[in-house]
Design a binder for this molecule. Structure first.
Ligand SMILES: [Ca+2]
Length: 280
């Protein structure tokens, strides 16, 4: 047995004091780390909006997907028994071509990639591929998400969401997921990300049941800016959301004309399509 007194040595005191000093240093470092973490939280920039133009929009269109291509808007509409894929003249709202979906499908997000239109359905786990020119349905695909919401693409992959805060990057056709991006802002995950549009390298998304448009960094998933479009409906004479059938529903639909740098916004059953300026 080692005598107890032999454990009490001056070097041991030095070690204890050193440990205490290190502990203080460590706390100090932690404080600095916390401060850095706090300063790293990105407060999204506020994006002011202005209305550039107002065009007619079919109040019968429960807009779920909207994209601009070569002079026309392509629109996917929802509701069982009413879902369609449409080709629309933006300035007049005229539907120049449309295909009706089977009544068991509820149309959702859509996007155009390599002269094909990809369209999600809401709860069927199935999507469709159409020829861009004829709108003829060419094939279908399946996906494992419980719900399909918005969709856009980056020239290579389809990018879609399912009601949560995740953006899924998928191979067209197989729907194999190659990347997932969590959308977050200064408060944490941002859920119910809905209709999507890739504009100048950022994903713009409207958030379901809000009049907000989020600008999302495609590398980090962080919301870098937000446009609050509260007041847009009022200024255009569109009644506020009431939930009553036949009345204008929520804001949904973002499309971008890259050649003319025009952003189009509309909503489900809205009588108007807006050309707006954000930071474009
Ligand atoms: Ca879109």
């Amino acid at each position: 047995m080692i005598p107890q007194k032999k454990l009490f040595k001056p070097w041991l005191i030095a070690v204890v004091l050193l440990a205490a000093a290190c502990s203080d240093d460590s706390q100090s470092n932690n404080s600095e780390t916390l401060a850095e973490t706090k300063s790293d939280v990105l407060i999204p920039q506020a994006l002011p909006y202005s209305i550039v133009n107002q065009f007619p929009h079919d109040v019968g269109a429960f807009t779920e997907g909207l994209e601009y291509h070569d002079g026309f808007l392509y629109e996917s509409t929802g509701q069982y028994g009413q879902s369609e894929l449409r080709k629309v003249t933006p300035e007049t709202g005229e539907v120049v071509k449309s295909v009706k979906m089977e009544s068991r499908y509820f149309g959702e997000g859509m996007t155009i990639l390599n002269n094909k239109i990809y369209q999600l359905t809401y709860k069927s786990g199935k999507g469709f591929v159409y020829d861009l020119e004829t709108l003829k349905q060419e094939s279908s695909f399946v996906f494992s998400n419980a719900e399909g919401w918005g969709m856009t693409n980056n020239g290579t992959h389809l990018i879609f969401c399912d009601g949560g805060n995740v953006l899924y990057f998928a191979q067209p056709g197989t729907m194999q997921i190659v990347k997932q991006l969590n959308v977050t802002d200064e408060h944490g995950p941002v859920n119910e990300v809905n209709e999507l549009e890739l504009i100048n390298g950022y994903i713009y998304a409207n958030q379901w049941r809000s009049e907000r448009i989020l600008k999302i960094d495609t590398t980090t998933g962080k919301v870098v800016a937000r446009a609050d479009l509260n007041g847009l409906r009022e200024s255009a004479g569109i009644p506020q959301f009431s939930g009553r059938p036949g009345q204008p529903d929520v804001l949904n639909g973002i499309a971008y004309d890259a050649k003319k740098n025009r952003i189009f916004i509309t909503g489900k059953n809205w009588p108007k399509l807006f050309e707006v300026r954000l930071d474009n």
